[in-house]
Write a protein of this length. Structure first.
Length: 158
């Protein structure tokens, strides 16, 4: 199984097929609008703007599993990210990243790239970088700021 086998609905309800991102690096981030790490949206948008023309795809996966830090509806959350942080990269509908209702893409990512808590996501803004060949490349802690991922993105874009 590869990342390209997955699809999900965006916050606006459209289908997002991952097979459209073949041969492109993908940065997957579980996000929340009411988290102390929420200002990372600005850094994620900066990466998106800097590298989208070279092929980078940034996708936010909102999650309300950590202290209820994504209480907004899908539509309100998407609008809040645009207005407050200038987010233009795609955001999916809210999902679970842990537990029995974990979205299949996060089951796949956690198995491929376990973290400090094994096959669990620790908190909002855990990041997964996927290589252009579709293989999970590296996992980053929630506190890893987007600018600290830039060198790995540049490496994958070569």
């Amino acid at each position: 199984m590869k990342i390209y086998d997955f699809d999900i609905k965006t916050a606006g309800g459209q289908s997002l097929q991952f097979n459209q991102f073949k041969n492109q690096p993908i940065l997957i981030v579980n996000t929340a609008t009411k988290c102390g790490l929420t200002p990372q949206f600005e850094g994620l948008e900066k990466l998106h703007q800097e590298y989208k023309d070279q092929g980078l795809v940034v996708i936010g996966f909102p999650c309300n599993q950590f202290a209820g830090q994504e209480p907004l509806s899908n539509e309100t959350m998407e609008e809040t990210c645009k207005i407050n942080y200038g987010v233009t990269f795609p955001l999916t509908k809210k999902i679970d990243v842990n537990g029995k209702d974990t979205h299949p893409i996060f089951k796949y990512l956690k198995k491929a790239l376990p973290g400090m808590l094994g096959k669990r996501v620790k908190w909002n803004f855990t990041k997964f970088l996927i290589a252009p060949n579709g293989e999970p490349f590296k996992r980053y802690a929630p506190t890893t700021s987007p600018d600290k991922i830039e060198k790995d993105i540049q490496q994958l874009l070569k």
